[in-house]
Design a protein around this ligand. Structure first.
Ligand SMILES: CC(C)(COP(=O)(O)OP(=O)(O)OC[C@H]1O[C@@H](n2cnc3c(N)ncnc32)[C@H](O)[C@@H]1OP(=O)(O)O)[C@@H](O)C(=O)NCCC(=O)NCCS
Length: 221
């Protein structure tokens, strides 16, 4: 049973990462396929994400998941909030009985350097151009590559997009990494200002799984 990672965030909230080694039939025993996902690999990712929801909370009513017009999956009239992400052979999910959540998992690849200017605003660009090396020295993380951190920021913004759920977000304007980034054990705390209808200050938790070249970020409010 390849649960790759589990973190119980609080009494009501769990995060999990599943390594997808099983055939589709394994997931279908537990989870109904209610969406038309034609590519077999994407279908397995999709099923694994839903399987993970029920793995984290066995009473999670997977069969009742509906899809909003914004494409956000949700449960109507049920206390569970949840968020799903997949990349390569991994699916990640956060489920909470009390908090709104968002999660994203990404493979770390050099491609992020080419797309960075699409999602980094001026302040974030400044951090990577001017303050990044200082930050690494301060935290004794000199060996880290810029692409790992860029991927974390991208992942954090994707997690915020899912947490918000209503779409129509400008990744540069509505989500801004500001303030002091902190390192707490394996986790990096990324302070964001989220500004759409209201201004909301949020700390995202992010971490890198070096062995698998994975970046993960989650948010909860
Ligand atoms: C929706 C989106 C966040 C999905 O991210 P992704 O990296 O492509 O895929 P992930 O595997 O991480 O996430 C997919 C899951 O997100 C969830 N999801 C999809 N749309 C969602 C939405 N609007 N809100 C919340 N969650 C959503 C679903 O659970 C989906 O998995 P499922 O279909 O198997 O249930 C992404 O496609 C997107 O639209 N991002 C915004 C794009 C953008 O504005 N970019 C501009 C900045 S450069």
């Amino acid at each position: 049973m390849p649960l790759f990672y589990q973190h119980n965030i609080n009494r009501d909230t769990k995060l999990g990462i599943w390594r997808i080694d099983e055939p589709e039939s394994f997931f279908l025993e537990k989870v109904p396929l209610k969406q038309d996902v034609s590519h077999p690999f994407k279908r397995r990712q999709h099923l694994a994400g839903r399987y993970l929801l029920s793995y984290l909370f066995p009473d999670f009513p997977v069969e009742e998941i509906r899809i909003a017009d914004t494409r956000q999956p949700f449960l109507a009239g049920h206390p569970y909030h949840f968020s799903i992400s997949h990349c390569g052979s991994f699916a990640a999910a956060v489920v909470s009985a009390s908090n709104r959540v968002g999660v994203d998992i990404e493979l770390i690849t050099p491609r992020i350097n080419r797309v960075a200017e699409k999602f980094l605003n001026e302040g974030e660009m400044h951090f990577f151009n001017e303050d990044y090396v200082l930050f690494l020295e301060q935290w004794g993380m000199k060996g880290r590559m810029q692409q790992e951190f860029l991927t974390l920021i991208w992942s954090a913004k994707e997690a915020l997009f899912k947490w918000y759920g209503l779409g129509e977000l400008d990744f540069k304007r509505h989500m801004q990494l500001t303030g002091n980034i902190r390192v707490e054990g394996d986790w990096i705390k990324l302070p964001f200002v989220f500004e759409k209808e209201d201004i909301i200050l949020l700390d995202l938790d992010a971490r890198i799984f070096d062995d698998q070249a994975l970046a993960l970020a989650w948010v909860l409010t």
